[in-house]
Design a protein around this ligand. Structure first.
Ligand SMILES: Cc1cc2nc3c(=O)[nH]c(=O)nc-3n(C[C@H](O)[C@H](O)[C@H](O)COP(=O)(O)OP(=O)(O)OC[C@H]3O[C@@H](n4cnc5c(N)ncnc54)[C@H](O)[C@@H]3O)c2cc1C
Length: 394
């Protein structure tokens, strides 16, 4: 059976790709061995949240999903950076970056990942030109200049003009095409979970730096009538494992301290999930008939809500190039590699640097970080440029 576009991987990026290209009239097949989990309290639910930044919204609109997602989204008007890296675990430098400085819109809109999956799957059900095969893996790929052939775990095959590898950081498609990656390991893990708190977040996303990595609260809609936030708490691996194993009461106490009590006592409102943190970038973002997107191409620590947002830019570039060139042609894929790889590399390097300064145990680096936050914020042109850069400007 032949299709225009074959997407290997139905994580958030692969599902979005299927909605986008399906909505734009392409015939699409998307496969994933693991069915998406679309309920918050189900085992294995993805309890991370994604802050979709402004440039992501037109992509989600073209995918026909933004109207489904927006009623559940929490706007992010202000990013608050707090340095608590002094002797005591308390704020010693706090600066607010307000979206109104550079735009009439909020920086972005935050949504839980399990809910994003639910709405993407609902959108796919509306698209008769998208074949979505759950419980099916892509096991082998063979390409020629005119087409690609894919072997599936259900014993069938597909041929496609363009293969989108959205099969994650250990991408089989990437390895099969002989593309190497450069990986940086930090020995760090992120705990991701939801909390409630008595003090409202007022649409402020708060990133608190001390040691081990950032502790970030991102606004969610109220939960059980209480203000709620999604938290990503990064620490060295053994410390993250210790925190994950604590009783709920002990965990509530430790995370309230780590949050410098800025929102009053925090109460765990979901399971805790652990995510290994690495930086990784593929040596090429394309090969014959193949485009790598999302974590198959690039992985970065979760700082500044960049990961999936970069992936949506991968998709919008691919769509634009598919309109300019024959689908899956060498011209299209060379242009994709050229446009995306260097832009993504610069961003991943920037996030790597921020992560290293946030992890630091060294007093003078922590002091420098604290002074740096103030200096960047207080110089208006630098502040505005950095805010625009964070939103995706080049
Ligand atoms: C703690 C944390 C917080 C984050 N917060 C943000 C944020 O606020 N904003 C943001 O933009 N980004 C954020 N990110 C990054 C974002 O979550 C990721 O970029 C995104 O989830 C990665 O999606 P993906 O689809 O590439 O990979 P995955 O979710 O890993 O999906 C890959 C899929 O491929 C499937 N697969 C594997 N092998 C095969 C095969 N052989 N055949 C077919 N399918 C296969 C897998 O089953 C899986 O479903 C965060 C990341 C972390 C760790």
């Amino acid at each position: 059976m032949s299709t225009d576009i074959f997407i290997s991987g139905g994580g958030v990026a692969g599902l979005t790709a299927a909605c986008l290209f399906g909505s734009q009239g392409f015939n699409v097949t998307c496969v994933d061995p693991a069915p998406p989990i679309t309920e918050r309290d189900a085992d294995g639910a993805d309890l991370r949240s994604t802050a979709f930044l402004q440039p992501a919204i037109p992509v989600l609109e073209m995918a026909g999903v933004w109207h489904k997602l927006s009623p559940h989204a929490m706007p992010l008007q202000t990013m608050r950076i707090v340095d608590a890296g002094g002797e005591a675990a308390e704020p010693r430098a706090t600066r607010d970056f307000n979206a109104s400085d550079i735009s009439e819109l909020p920086f972005g809109w935050n949504l839980p990942n399990w809910l994003i999956r639910r709405e993407l799957v609902a959108r796919l059900a509306e698209l008769s030109n998208v074949e979505f095969l759950l419980g099916t893996a892509c096991t082998k790929i063979f390409t020629r200049s005119a087409t690609a052939k894919l072997w599936l775990s259900d014993g069938t095959t597909r041929s496609a003009q363009l293969v989108i590898a959205a099969d994650g950081r250990n991408s089989l498609i990437r390895e099969s095409m002989g593309i190497d990656v450069k990986t940086t390991r930090y020995g760090q893990k992120a705990l991701a979970f939801a909390v409630t708190h008595p003090i409202p977040h007022n649409n402020v996303s708060t990133e608190i730096h001390r040691t081990g990595g950032p502790f970030t609260l991102v606004p969610l809609p109220d939960h059980d009538g209480q203000p709620s936030s999604a938290i990503v708490w990064m620490e060295k691996g053994p410390e993250a494992a210790r925190l994950c194993a604590l009783s709920e009461n002990a965990f509530n106490q430790e995370m309230s301290e780590r949050s410098c009590h800025l929102f009053g006592p925090l109460t765990l409102a979901s399971k805790r999930t652990l995510w290994p943190i690495i930086s990784q970038i593929a040596e090429r973002f394309s090969a014959e008939r193949v485009a790598l997107i999302a974590e198959a191409a690039h992985v970065a620590p979760p700082i500044g809500a960049q990961g999936l947002n970069m992936s949506l830019t991968d998709l919008s570039e691919l769509l634009e190039l598919a309109r300019l060139h024959p689908l899956g042609s060498k011209a299209m894929l060379d242009a994709y590699d050229k446009k995306r790889r260097l832009a993504v590399k610069a961003r991943v390097m920037g996030i790597d640097l921020l992560n290293r300064t946030s992890m630091s145990q060294t007093a003078w680096i922590r002091d420098l970080r604290s002074a740096g936050i103030g200096a960047i914020h207080d110089a208006a042109p630098i502040r505005k440029s950095l805010m625009k850069l964070g939103l995706g400007a080049r």
